[in-house]
Design a protein around this ligand. Structure first.
Ligand code: ZN
Length: 343
């Protein structure tokens, strides 16, 4: 490649500092360009002082081929996971129509891999986001009582997060009770939370762009034997991953540490998602801790460890912490307690 077109928003922000929602970077050995439209020019100058700001108008295919050719670049890398088929098609057509000597080269995860190893100042922001979700869980335990609905509980948590400084919320908060908790990504409903059933809470905060991700399962009143048993298996699986993951492991090895505990207990089919994912500027980012991922876990990576067991008609349990790999080992960043809370 002679240059790389960076169009994914968080990648642009990571490399340049530009937080606008429309714009892209063009990076070569000798150039660092930030192309954006009229609405963002002043903001771009302020946020990305290391970049040469270029004001552009219209579609990518209207201005990019000519600009790139004028700079003498013939092989332009693009982020294949983020450039749509339609955009690629339009770009190719424009290059052909203008008879330019320009080749588009697909790339994957180049900036995402850089982003996965966190810098100290990123860790400060992630730490603040984690602190806020820990505090929100403390608040949720006091705010959630029998007869509150899932939607009301989710709003209580959301307003706590917003008042605590979260920039919006990185994803829709999940409060799922009873049989609803069997859906790993349930939507809070008008269902009234009852005593004795699992209540699955999944939430995140965002501070200066950086996210946290957090899940706990709690129970109002006395949990029955079934819930206690399943909770115990999920917790053992989570602790096995926390204790066993090491730098240099690949994602399937990490995933297997927790999955084998759940499989041995006979609930293998009930853990239908992956063990975790990287967290940073995006709530789900590189690496993917799943059995079919080839990602390698390295020191400085921040990710979640979140095994779960879900059974249709009954409910589900998930326990999710954020962790960092440090000196080869897992350090847990989430502070909230993990015993099945009784109220
Ligand atoms: Zn998660």
């Amino acid at each position: 490649m002679d240059a790389l077109l960076v169009s994914q928003q968080e990648n642009c922000r990571y490399l340049s500092g530009f937080t606008g929602s429309s714009g892209c970077l063009l990076i070569s050995h000798s150039h660092a360009l930030l192309a954006t439209d009229f609405r963002y020019i002043e903001q771009a100058k302020e946020e990305a002082p290391d970049y040469e700001i270029t004001q552009v108008k219209g579609d990518l295919s209207d201005w990019l081929p000519r600009l790139v050719s004028d700079l003498g670049w013939r092989k332009l890398g693009f982020e294949a996971n983020h450039v749509s088929f339609a955009t690629h098609h339009k770009l190719s057509e424009a290059i052909e129509a203008k008879q330019l000597d320009l080749e588009l080269i697909p790339t994957a995860s180049l900036v995402e891999r850089l982003r996965s190893i966190k810098e100290p100042e990123e860790l400060v922001l992630i730490g603040k986001a984690i602190e806020l979700t820990d505090a929100a869980f403390e608040y949720a335990k006091s705010a959630i009582h029998p007869n509150i609905t899932e939607m009301e509980a989710a709003w209580e948590i959301e307003s706590f997060l917003r008042q605590g400084g979260s920039e919006g919320i990185p994803f829709e908060i999940i409060v799922a009770s009873g049989s609803n908790s069997a859906l790993p990504h349930a939507k809070p409903s008008g269902r009234t939370i009852q005593s004795g059933e699992p209540v699955l809470i999944d939430m995140g905060a965002r501070i200066n762009g950086y996210c946290s991700d957090f899940s706990r399962t709690l129970c109002l009143g006395k949990p029955d034997k079934n819930l206690l048993g399943i909770y115990d298996i999920v917790l053992k699986a989570q602790l096995a991953a926390i204790g066993g993951i090491e730098s240099g492991m690949n994602a399937p090895q990490a995933d297997a540490l927790a999955r084998s505990v759940i499989e041995k207990s006979g609930y293998g089919d009930a853990f239908g998602h992956s063990l975790g994912h990287g967290v940073g500027l995006e709530v789900h980012e590189y690496p993917a801790l799943s059995s079919n991922s080839s990602d390698l876990l390295l020191d400085g990576m921040v990710f979640t460890i979140e095994p779960g067991i879900y059974m249709a008609g009954w409910g589900g349990v998930r326990i999710e912490d954020m962790v960092i790999l440090e000196k080869g080992k897992v350090k847990v960043l989430t502070k909230s307690e993990k015993k099945l809370t009784e109220h």
